[in-house]
Ligand binder design. Structure first.
Ligand SMILES: [Zn+2]
Ligand SMILES: [Zn+2]
Length: 611
């Protein structure tokens, strides 16, 4: 069956059928009534108006500000005499569904701005909206008795708006300005089909269970402390072990791929950030301090805490004469950086103010870029495959605020495309999404419940080598400028661990799990045997715990299972006498026995992984 057309797409702009008719537009790419991003945009925005219509019927005094779509849904900012709370959402939703059933045509007409001012003369919110609209004409959309000022796009009829869900109520300042009055913001979502809506709601439920902030606390991985400062994670022993396991894996993976470890300082003189351009392009995200000058007659020097690790690596390249034979030179560092993030966007370990990148800079000849990017892409493959992530890639091109010539930008962008093409990879293009100093490939991974996360980047840079005037000596004994490739694969340990925690729902696979097993001795006289096993594993760099408190056996087993470790190992008379262990295997949901030697071997094998 052919799906209904609900809008047209013309030059990447979605135009609803009402507008197309008014403007005499007949051709365009049809947007069908389905769950495509374009269709959802129209459906969700229309659902915001349906919600406004429902609220207006229930709260006749209600006034509305703006109702845009957002990622995964929509909201509408509004004002009522009786405050709307989460408890009222069910009732509003019910009203919305009954309005959808009435199959109102959604029609559009235009009036002059002056007429609109008159029409909404008692509505200060609409007046505020009118202040923002350019031009002399505005459009009004009408469904049933309800009219709203809007430029669309809207579906043609309320019958397309059955699959809706209102999610929460929060406050929002008028126009996002804290000097203005606080409005009520109601969030919701909508889909074309019931199945898609239900699938999405189920995913949200699952995501809430997996929330890394909740699991981080429950599993005692990390903490935040207001006295220490927002966005500054503190790693508890289990979290630090998890992170160390990840660091060890990645460290050896870099060494085997012929990267050289380096390390730069946390503070660099502002002079350096001025040369790099960060001082002028990135200053608002950096932290600065002062240190006295070596010369007491001179004023103190300003220093910037590094928001990226590149500059020391450039200095390392430049500290001696380099030959073409040394290229490509791959320098890597687990580099800790600080970036100022607004308090509003801080989010568990996903958005923090201090984090450590798996950062590397590859210095090479221009004709080596493609090959090096291919190697990085293969490195990405082996990491993502090990953790069970699918991923997609996107090339970001030149943004408005940028430095460097057109030619340089084009050359760099071409190299990235060539590398992806030669590996037969599909990729998207984000026009204008590049960093100010070069184009890049972004790596976006998909987790176990289908959510996408931005992680690593591969960035070609012709600019920093020039700014710091670094060169190598070529075959003809001439000084030539190298190209620099910045790359991070997991992005940062903080962010990647947050994603891993949600991806695995806290049940980390043995190769990175902080605690690989928990021993539960049945009685006092079984503790020694457990300690022996623990020591043997510790010799192989493997951490385990012994739960030997005064709690009952059952309670200790329950507590051990709450920690989501792969193996809970019960030890009683029989196990000690026969030198065996009784295992509760979390992943297989099974219980079985093994000899002590087999168990130690198994854990060692599972922990020995190479990337
Ligand atoms: Zn609208
Ligand atoms: Zn860099």
């Amino acid at each position: 069956m052919q799906q209904d057309v609900i809008a047209l797409k013309i030059n990447n702009e979605i135009i609803d059928l009402q507008t197309a008719e008014a403007k005499g537009i007949e051709s365009g790419e049809p947007v069908y009534f389905d769950n495509s991003p374009e269709a959802l945009e129209v459906i969700r925005h229309s659902a915001a108006h349906l919600m406004a219509q429902a609220i207006k019927e229930l709260y006749p005094e209600a006034k509305f500000y703006v109702g845009p779509t957002i990622e995964n849904g929509f909201y509408y900012d509004l004002k009522t005499d009786t405050p709307i709370t989460d408890k009222d959402l069910k009732n509003i939703e019910k009203k919305m569904k009954s309005l959808a059933k009435k199959k109102f045509d959604i029609t559009r007409y235009e009036i002059s701005k002056e007429e609109a001012r008159e029409k909404f003369k008692d509505d200060e919110l609409k007046q505020a909206v009118l202040d923002m609209i350019p031009g002399d004409t505005v459009s009004i959309y009408k469904q049933g008795d309800f009219e709203d000022l809007c430029r669309g796009p809207h579906v043609p009829n309320t019958k397309y708006l059955h699959n809706i869900k209102l999610q929460k109520v929060s406050g929002a300042y008028l126009g996002g300005d804290s000097k203005n009055e606080m409005l009520t913001r109601v969030y919701g979502t909508a889909f074309a089909t019931k199945e898609a809506l239900q699938e999405y709601l189920k995913m949200l439920e699952e995501a809430a269970k997996r929330d890394h902030r909740k699991l981080g606390t429950e599993l005692e991985l990390w903490m935040f402390d207001e006295e220490v400062g927002a966005g500054m994670p503190i790693w508890l022993p289990n979290g630090a072990l998890l992170r160390a396991n990840l660091e060890k894996l990645l460290y050896s993976a870099h060494i085997r791929r012929e990267y050289l470890p380096v390390r730069g300082p946390e503070l660099l003189r502002s002079h350096m950030w001025k040369i790099s351009g960060h001082y002028y392009n990135y200053k608002e995200n950096m932290y600065f301090t002062e240190i006295e000058n070596d010369d007491p007659n001179k004023p103190a020097d300003e220093y910037g805490i590094k928001p990226m690790n590149c500059l020391s690596h450039v200095k390392i390249f430049g500290h001696k004469v380099r030959s073409y034979k040394e290229l490509p030179l791959r320098l890597f560092e687990f580099g800790t950086v600080h970036r100022h993030e607004k308090s509003g966007v801080l989010h568990g370990l996903l958005r923090v103010r201090e984090f450590t990148q798996d950062d590397a800079h590859i210095f090479c000849r221009p004709d080596q870029i493609e090959e090096e990017v291919i190697k990085v892409l293969e490195f990405v493959d082996s990491i993502m495959e090990r953790f069970g992530f699918n991923y997609e890639m996107e090339i970001s091109t030149r943004p408005e605020k940028s430095i460097g010539s057109d030619e340089i930008w084009e050359k760099a962008t071409e190299s990235l495309k060539n590398a992806l093409n030669s590996l037969n990879r599909e990729y998207g293009i984000d026009e204008g999404g590049g960093a100010f100093y070069g184009p890049k490939i972004d790596i976006k991974i998909t987790d176990a419940i289908g959510r996408k996360w931005q992680c690593g980047t591969i960035q070609v840079d012709f600019n920093l080598p020039k700014r710091f005037d670094i060169t190598y000596v070529d075959e003809n004994n001439e000084r030539v400028r190298p190209v620099m490739i910045h790359r991070a694969i997991i992005g940062s340990f903080e962010r990647f661990i947050a994603i891993l925690t949600e991806h695995y729902a806290g049940e980390f696979p043995t190769f990175i799990a902080p605690i690989k097993a928990i021993f539960v001795p049945i009685a006092e006289n079984h503790i020694e045997y457990a300690k022996k096993l623990q020591k043997e594993l510790l010799e192989a760099d493997i951490n385990t715990e012994i739960f030997a408190s005064n709690d009952s056996l059952n309670k200790r087993i329950r507590n051990a299972e709450k920690r989501k470790v792969g193996y809970v190992v019960i030890i009683g008379d029989e196990e000690v006498n026969t030198q065996t262990v009784a295992i509760r295997d979390r992943k297989k949901r099974e219980q079985y026995k093994m000899t002590k030697g087999e168990f130690v071997e198994m854990i060692k094998n599972l922990s020995e992984v190479k990337l």
